[in-house]
Design a protein around this ligand. Structure first.
Ligand code: IFM
Length: 466
């Protein structure tokens, strides 16, 4: 593609999360999250035995990190408040935790960075997990209370709020694929969790609207949801069964959330198909009204990879779960071998076009995009700088497809690069590095610009994608 430009007003920022950057896991009265519990119980599950306590030293360095983000021309950054830091074990405000976040947000504002706050990034408090996690109405209501407290506490400071980051991931990683604690292979339980999160999201949006109505949340604030949508594709010459499988995978992973945040309901075809295989959601009287309150002001789209689907190869898996779709190994796929994810920049454009066609009123931004590479030290030059041309290429291609989608009517308003500064990535810990800025674990978490940082700075300054 030739050089193209992104429109004036298009914003650039940094995506981060509390649990992956803050560290300080036992400071400011923080409670245990499931990540701390898993790290304590089985540290050998974490790459190089680096557990949840690591972060990237952000709690000690946030002032210099904000300067660094500004020096790259970024206008905004997203983090998440940790539920385990903001509230105490009785579900009341923890003053130490709240002071920490007030200091953080004031510091970002002081350098001219707009803060986007997300309320949940896979970090369930362990004591609430033990009471049933997202399967329990008590916990779902506790989340709504937490959201209310956060909105009241920071309602005059923060303009951009999100209820959840990637709500599809816990159902997949914890309850279907068994790669995250508590390691279950239970499709029905995963859908119950997904439903519980949907109710929690909607209750939080209702709290937000009420507090905005009474002036406790600023009038210009917006609420949204962020998900890792996966544009679905199948074979070039698909059968009816392939197309049905695509609709089902798309229904569970993507349209579930898109319908929830635009229509205030869940996709009927998907729920009906689940039900026809004996998967019934734990619907209670009054839920329809709760879900109806889940519509948002805008959406975050985390884009890493597409999903390639074909008709199921079997009806039931080895754990007794119904199978609705199988993975299709597209022969032309280009892979990021470090992560095992396909790289398909056009997916970002296809998603934009789907949004323009099916959800035309909703504004959105790319809330995460990036590439994590193992063993980046091999790309260090004589001066010590990592020459990450592969990252420049990755971002260039994605931004070019975004520019084209915007030209063709997509309401994409900005782009947050995931990580910007290397950070801890769950059980992969520091295996794959995403940053434009390197974090040196052998030298007190010191920061060093990679080649991509200079390139990205030119893009943020000119909006031209060289
Ligand atoms: O590290 C994660 C983040 O927490 C959610 N989105 C994907 C990132 C990279 O794997």
């Amino acid at each position: 593609m030739s050089i193209c430009t992104l429109p004036e007003g298009f914003f650039f920022g940094a995506a981060m999360s509390g649990p992956q950057t803050e560290g300080a896991w036992q400071r400011y009265g923080k409670l245990e999250s499931l990540w701390d519990t898993w790290s304590n119980e089985r540290i050998e599950d974490f790459h190089n035995r680096v557990g949840s306590y690591a972060g990237n030293d952000f709690t000690n360095r946030y002032k210099e990190d904000f300067e660094l983000l500004r020096s790259l021309g970024l206008a905004s950054w997203r983090t998440s408040i940790q539920w385990t830091r903001l509230l105490d074990a009785n579900g009341k405000l923890n003053p130490e935790g709240s002071e920490y976040y007030h200091r953080l947000f004031a510091s970002a504002e002081a350098v001219g960075l707009e803060t986007f706050v997300n309320l949940y990034h896979f970090d369930m408090p362990t004591y609430l997990f033990r009471r049933g996690g997202w399967e329990s109405r008590e916990v779902i209501e506790a989340y709504a209370t937490y959201a209310r407290i956060a909105f009241r506490e920071f309602g005059q400071e923060i303009k951009y709020w999100f209820t959840f980051n990637e709500p599809i991931v816990e159902p997949q990683q914890r309850y279907t694929d068994a790669v995250w604690y508590p390691f279950h292979h239970d499709f029905a339980q995963a859908r119950t969790v997904q439903y519980g999160i949907s109710i929690a999201h909607s209750l939080a949006v209702a709290e937000f609207r009420e507090l905005q109505g009474t002036g406790q949340v600023r009038a210009d604030a917006k609420i949204g949801l962020i998900n890792c949508f996966t544009p679905p594709y199948t074979k070039e010459d698909p059968s009816e069964a392939d197309l049905l499988a695509v609709r089902m995978a798309d229904g569970i992973d993507n349209r579930w959330w898109l319908d929830l945040v635009t229509k205030g309901s869940l996709p009927e075809e998907t729920i009906g198909a689940l039900s026809s295989r004996g998967i019934n959601l734990p619907v209670r009287a009054g839920d329809e009204q709760i879900l109806a309150q889940g519509t948002v002001d805008w959406l975050g789209f985390n884009y890493y990879r597409p999903e390639r689907i074909q008709a199921p190869e079997r009806d039931v898996d080895e754990y007794g779960n119904p199978v609705f779709a199988s993975e299709y190994a597209w022969p032309d796929a280009v892979m990021n071998e470090s992560r095992g994810w396909e790289i398909y920049p056009k997916g970002i454009y296809d998603f934009g076009m789907t949004m323009a066609r099916d959800y035309p009123d909703l504004e959105w931004f790319v809330s995460e995009n990036g590439i994590g590479i193992q063993g980046e030290g091999a790309f260090r030059d004589a001066s010590g700088t990592i020459q990450d041309d592969y990252r420049i290429d990755f971002v260039r291609q994605h931004l070019s497809w975004i520019a084209r989608a915007i030209e063709e009517g997509a309401k994409c308003r900005g782009y947050h690069y995931w990580g910007v500064i290397d950070c801890w990535s769950w059980n992969n810990a520091y295996k794959n590095r995403y940053g434009l800025v390197e974090v040196n674990l052998d030298n007190g978490y010191s920061r060093h610009l990679k080649k991509s940082a200079g390139w990205f700075k030119r893009v943020t300054a000119t909006h031209a994608i060289e």
